[in-house]
Design a protein around this ligand. Structure first.
Ligand SMILES: [Zn+2]
Length: 451
C-alpha cells in the first residue's frame, strides 16, 4: 500500500482501488473522483482488505479470469477492455518521430481553420463555432477528401478490373509490423486473370500514415491521433453496430462534439440514426480523460435503445447497465485519480456540462434538425456495400450483396472480439439496459468527498 502516501498526487490506482472508488461514486458516497493518495482511514482499510484478499488466495486471478471468460457478456467486456488502449495522450500513443511526421502532415490544417473562421459556419454549427470546431472541420474535410482513401472498390493490380473478397489471410512480417492481425485477400473477378490484392488491416499510426487507405476503422484510428496532434482534446468512439468515429471537446459548445472523418461531418451525432437508419445499441467513447457511454447523443429514441440493450443482455451478448457504468467509471478513475486537484475539479465541471447536453433531447433535436439529416445515407463505401449494411438512409436496393466487415479492429487481445469476419459478415456485439443515467461514466460534482 505504498501508493497511499499522504500528499503524493502522481499515483495511478490499481484496478482494485479504482473499482472500489467507482463503486463509492455510484453509491454517491463520493461526489467526485477523490485523490487516492489521501484516502480516509475507512477507505484505506476497505481497499487494503480487497487487495489482501486478492493476494492471499493462490491462483485466484486465473480462476476469476476463467470464470470471466465463460460468463454471458464476456465478449462484450473484452471489447470494452480492448478500447482502453485508446486512452492515452499523444506521447503514450505514438513515438516522437511519428508525432513529428504527423505534425508535418498536418501543417496546413491551422491556416485552413483560420480561413473557415472568417466564413459563415455550417448552419448546424452556427451557435458554437470556435477555433477548436474550425480545426476539427478543416481536418475532417482534408482527411476525407485529400489525405485518406476509402479502400473499396478494390481494383485488380494486374488488369485494373473488379475484384472479389476471397479470404482472410495471416499477415506477413511487414504487415505484422504495422499491427495488422489479419489481411483481406481480394482476387480478380475476370476469368483468366490471376491478380490479387492484399488489404492489411493496419493498426499502427505509422503504418496507416504509410498506406493512407482503409475503412472506418482505419479512418477513425488515424484521425483520432491526428486530432490529438492538432492539440484538441479527443476521444475514439466505438459503436456496437460496426462503426467507429471520433469526438473532440469544444470549449465553445461546452460539450464533446461528434466528428466522423469517413463522412467529413462535424456535429451531426444523429447521422447514423436519422441519416443511415441504424438501430444502435452502444456508443462508447474512450480517451485520455476516461470513458463515457455516449449512446444517448447518437440515438433519437433513448427508451427504444435501452430496450434493445436489455434484449441483447438477456441474449447473453451484453452486460447490464449497472455493470457497464461500473466498468467505464473504474476506467475513468484510473485515468484521472493521479491528476491534481484543480484538474480533477475542472474535469468534473466538463462532465457536468456534457451531462446537461446529453440529457437535453430538445436541444440535440434542434441541432439535428439544423443538420438536415433525414434520409442522409452513408457517403463512404460503395453503394452496394452501404445498402447491404442498411445504411443508405431512404434509398432502397433490391438485393443486398455480401458484406465485409468494416471496423479494422483493433489488436484484439481476446480470441474472438467483434471484428471477426464470419461468412463475410461482421458479427456485432450487444447488451442490455436499465435507465442509464445521463453521462454514465462521468462524475457530476466538484466537491471532494462527502459523508
Ligand atoms: Zn485482374
Amino acid at each position: 500500500m505504498s501508493n497511499l502516501i499522504p500528499g503524493f498526487t502522481g499515483y495511478r490506482p490499481s484496478a482494485v482501488e479504482a473499482g472500489y472508488v467507482a463503486r463509492q461514486l455510484l453509491a454517491r458516497r463520493y461526489t467526485s473522483i477523490p485523490r487516492l493518495s489521501r484516502p480516509s482511514a475507512e477507505d484505506a482499510a476497505a481497499i487494503a482488505e480487497l487487495m489482501n484478499h486478492a493476494l492471499r488466495v493462490p491462483g485466484v486471478f486465473q480462476l476469476l479470469a476463467t470464470q470471466h471468460a465463460q460468463r454471458p457478456g464476456a465478449k462484450f467486456e473484452a471489447t470494452i477492455n480492448d478500447l482502453k488502449r485508446h486512452s492515452g495522450d499523444v506521447g503514450q500513443l505514438i513515438d516522437k518521430q511519428t508525432a513529428a511526421e504527423a505534425t508535418a502532415v498536418l501543417a496546413d490544417i491551422l491556416p485552413r481553420a483560420e480561413a473557415l473562421l472568417k466564413e459563415p459556419p455550417p448552419p448546424h454549427l452556427a451557435n458554437a463555432f470556435g477555433k477548436e470546431d474550425a480545426i476539427a472541420l478543416a481536418a475532417a474535410r482534408w482527411f476525407k477528401h485529400e489525405y485518406f482513401t476509402w479502400i473499396d472498390p478494390i481494383k485488380c493490380p494486374r488488369c485494373g478490373g473488379a475484384t472479389k473478397f476471397a479470404e482472410v489471410s495471416e499477415p506477413n512480417e511487414r504487415e505484422r509490423a504495422g499491427g495488422a492481425r489479419r489481411v483481406e485477400v481480394h482476387k480478380c473477378d475476370s476469368g483468366g486473370c490471376e491478380g490479387q490484392r492484399r488489404f492489411a488491416r493496419y493498426n499502427t499510426v505509422k503504418a496507416l500514415m504509410g498506406s493512407r487507405e482503409g475503412r472506418c476503422g482505419e479512418f477513425a484510428q488515424l484521425f483520432y491521433v491526428f486530432l490529438l496532434v492538432l492539440g484538441l482534446e479527443a476521444r475514439y468512439v466505438w459503436n456496437s453496430e460496426d462503426h467507429v468515429w471520433t469526438e473532440y471537446f469544444s470549449p465553445t459548445a461546452g460539450h464533446w462534439v461528434h466528428v466522423d472523418s469517413c463522412e467529413a461531418e462535424v456535429g451531426k451525432p444523429q447521422l447514423y440514426d436519422r441519416g443511415w437508419g441504424k438501430q444502435q445499441r452502444w456508443c462508447l467513447a474512450f480517451g485520455a480523460l476516461g470513458a463515457e457511454d455516449v449512446t444517448r447523443a447518437y440515438v433519437d429514441d433513448w427508451d427504444a435503445c435501452l430496450a434493445r440493450r436489455m434484449q441483447q443482455t438477456e441474449d447473453g451478448r451484453g452486460v447490464t447497465e449497472e455493470r457497464l457504468k461500473l466498468i467505464l467509471l473504474t476506467h475513468t478513475v484510473q485515468c484521472r485519480a493521479h491528476r491534481g486537484d484543480a484538474e480533477r475539479a475542472q474535469l468534473a465541471g466538463v462532465d457536468q456540462q456534457q451531462a446537461a447536453w446529453i440529457t437535453d433531447a430538445r436541444r440535440r433535436n434542434l441541432e439535428a434538425e439544423l443538420g438536415g439529416l433525414k434520409g442522409q445515407g452513408r457517403e463512404s463505401g460503395t453503394e452496394a456495400w452501404v445498402q447491404a449494411r442498411g445504411e443508405g438512409g431512404d434509398v432502397q436496393m433490391e438485393e443486398p450483396p455480401e458484406v465485409i466487415d468494416d471496423v479494422a479492429h483493433e489488436p484484439n487481445t481476446t480470441n474472438e472480439v467483434p471484428g471477426e469476419v464470419k461468412d463475410g459478415v461482421r458479427e456485432t456485439v450487444d447488451e442490455e439496459g436499465e435507465a442509464a443515467a445521463a453521462g454514465s461514466g462521468t462524475v457530476t460534482a466538484v466537491e471532494e468527498v462527502k459523508e
